[in-house]
Design a protein around this ligand. Structure first.
Ligand code: SRM
Ligand code: SF4
Length: 549
């Protein structure tokens, strides 16, 4: 590992943490609502837990010189988004007992519980553990939850691959079990961390996604490593490997940017894990450790160049990466409505607006899903667009349809194409980085865009709309055909021209647009598209062709 003279504070915290323990054990039981040790805020992330405060009351509390409303968010790791009935019931229970009564499905197919008090974290983790669930590695400088196209998840070999990746890259330390699931607070001298992680883990997070060869619902070019299954004429089954994607950037750090992954080449199935491990190692060794904003793998790939990365990885792993033509992917599927799975189950994709599973006055989604899970034998899959698929034996379809009606659930056909495909990040009131609202203003944004499309005579247009409360772009806004990116409390930068196939970045067309002003800025673009677009040309492709400037 390289010795840097100006390592970040976080690097020191990791090194001194006795493999992710630090003072977390003491901190959890000190009777305070916040974490006492500032370093715990960094370490607790490795355990999939974020220290937050309710930003809706931050100002009034501060003015009144009162303690902030300290709460925690727990991100439960769900490889490929797949959960059993029992696991769904456990998540539902912890959301009710320890959280704010909602389950938040994420763009990486994980499930977040918001609004947890520090004093409840251990009980929550223990209940998850009983259901063989964990938040360990949901965040932190490690390989994160692997995203898998739900259609591929119907094939046992891909379901196995995401589980293998999770098991292979899970840190070896037993700190999570000790600190959160109630074990002894003692560091075993025998315990060693992975050779490839070492005691300081990775410079930052590392993300892997697996796309279906025919469609790109996972946005495979947005990840540190993306895989697209492919059969090579001489090498047999394997995958295209795409490296160095990442979307986060910061207004304060001009050197940061969104970047599409590049095609490294084809790797045979038998060599995939070894090649991924070599890529993670390269990142561990060469990723920046002196500036966390510029520490992602995309900067290593950009600096080195793709040929040098390929040569390095071949030499580290001793495996071949074959240079072939890159894959051409089709638009991402919404995975909504009924479909016959290749696994013999009938799958129903249910829209979950902004991924928030909750019970409202008329729509009782949590209750409906709980009833379904209580019958047992139902599989659940979180989609990369924050929706939920339920898999049942074909004979149960009628019963499930009845349940959907009884609980007033949304269905694919009850939503406009824009609403169906829209994605919004969490943002306020929990996200510490949010500059503007996202999840909570999404209905207003969608309604405005629906009105604009109706006014230009294209009410049924399938447009990918994404909203992010800041340029970190957790809704993968940088790839959208229409993206709103939070700039100030009440304004957004408007980006247009991403591709529905997820292989092109959107371009900024207007700065600091208020939601009231959105229609005025967007209408001329949509009107031109309605009149001038070539047959079947998507909005994003049109804007890109005519030039967004
Ligand atoms: Fe994200 C940080 C939510 C997917 C790029 N993201 C955050 C935090 C944890 C804020 C923080 O650091 O304090 C947000 C928590 C909000 C809350 O209250 O719940 C947050 N990110 C989310 C989720 C929940 C958005 C959603 O509405 O679904 C997604 C959870 C994924 C998961 O299950 O692991 C989520 N974040 C993404 C994605 C999309 C993806 O991975 O497919 C990206 C862009 C891809 C990428 O990584 O480049 C993304 N999140 C970021 C970044 C920018 C990282 C960077 O390169 O600089 C941050 C900021 C950071 O890490 O410091 C961030
Ligand atoms: Fe928070 Fe920004 Fe991510 Fe939205 S995009 S969840 S505001 S970090």
């Amino acid at each position: 590992m390289s010795l840097d003279t100006a390592l970040t504070h976080e690097e020191g915290v990791k090194a001194a943490s006795q493999r992710l323990r630090g003072r977390l054990g003491e901190d959890l039981v000190d009777g305070r609502r916040a974490l006492s040790d500032p370093d715990s805020e960094h370490l607790i992330k490795f355990h999939g837990i974020y220290a937050q405060d309710d930003r809706d009351v931050r100002r009034t509390r501060t003015l009144a010189k009162e303690e902030l409303e300290y709460i925690f968010m727990v991100r439960v790791v769900v490889p490929g988004g797949r959960l059993s009935s029992d696991q769904w019931l456990a998540l539902d229970e912890v959301a009710e007992r320890f959280g704010n009564g909602t389950l938040r499905l994420t763009t990486r197919q994980a499930v977040q519980i918001h609004g947890v008090w520090k004093g409840s974290l251990r009980d929550l983790a223990s209940r998850l553990h009983e259901a063989t669930l964990s938040s360990f590695g949901g965040c932190g400088d490690v390989v994160r939850n692997t995203v898998l196209c739900p259609r591929l998840g119907e094939h046992p070999e891909y379901a196995r691959l995401v589980r293998d990746i999770a098991a292979h890259f899970r840190p070896r330390t037993t700190a999570y079990l000790e600190v959160f699931v109630g074990g002894e607070l003692a560091v075993s001298v025998e315990e060693r961390e992975h050779d490839f992680y070492g005691e300081t883990y990775l410079p930052r997070k590392f993300k892997i996604a697996i796309a279906h060869p025919e469609e790109n619902c996972v946005d495979v070019f947005a990840h540190d490593v993306g895989l697209v299954p492919h059969v090579h004429p001489t090498e047999g089954p394997g995958a295209h490997v795409i490296v160095g994607g990442g979307l986060g950037r910061s207004y304060q750090h001009p050197g940061t940017y969104a970047r599409l992954g590049e095609h490294l080449g084809f790797v045979a199935d038998r060599d995939l894990l070894a090649v991924i491990e070599a890529l993670v190692e390269l990142y561990r060794d060469e990723g920046g450790r002196s500036d966390r904003r510029q520490a992602r793998f995309k900067y290593v790939v950009a600096d080195r160049g793709i040929d040098s990365v390929r040569a390095d990885v071949e030499s580290r792993s001793g495996r071949r990466v074959f240079v072939i033509d890159p894959p051409v992917l089709a638009p991402g599927h919404d995975h909504l409505g009924w479909s016959e799975g290749e696994d013999g189950l009938a799958w129903l994709g249910l829209p979950v607006p902004r991924g928030r599973v909750r019970d409202g006055d008329t729509v009782r989604q949590r209750q409906a899903l709980r009833s379904l899970a209580e019958r047992g034998g139902v599989e659940f899959v979180v989609t990369p667009r924050q929706d939920l698929r339920v898999g049942v034996a074909s004979l149960d379809q009628t019963r499930v349809d009845e349940m959907v009606r009884e609980h007033g659930l949304l269905t694919r056909d009850s939503l406009s194409p824009v609403a169906r495909r829209a994605i919004a990040c969490v943002a306020l009131p929990t996200c510490s980085k949010a500059l503007a609202e996202s999840e909570r203003v999404a209905p207003e944004v969608i309604a405005t865009i629906e009105e604009v499309l109706a006014a230009v005579g294209r009410p049924d247009a399938e447009l990918d709309v994404r909203i992010s409360g800041c340029p970190n772009g957790c809704s993968r806004a940088a790839l959208a055909e229409v993206a709103l990116v939070g700039r100030t409390k009440s304004t957004y930068d408007l980006y247009l021209g991403g591709s529905p196939r997820g292989d092109r970045l959107a371009v900024m067309v207007a700065e600091k647009v208020s939601l009231e002003g959105l229609s005025e800025v967007l209408t001329p673009w949509c009107a031109r598209w309605a009149v001038e677009s070539e047959s079947g040309e998507s909005f994003g492709d049109f804007v890109s062709r005519v030039g967004a400037s």
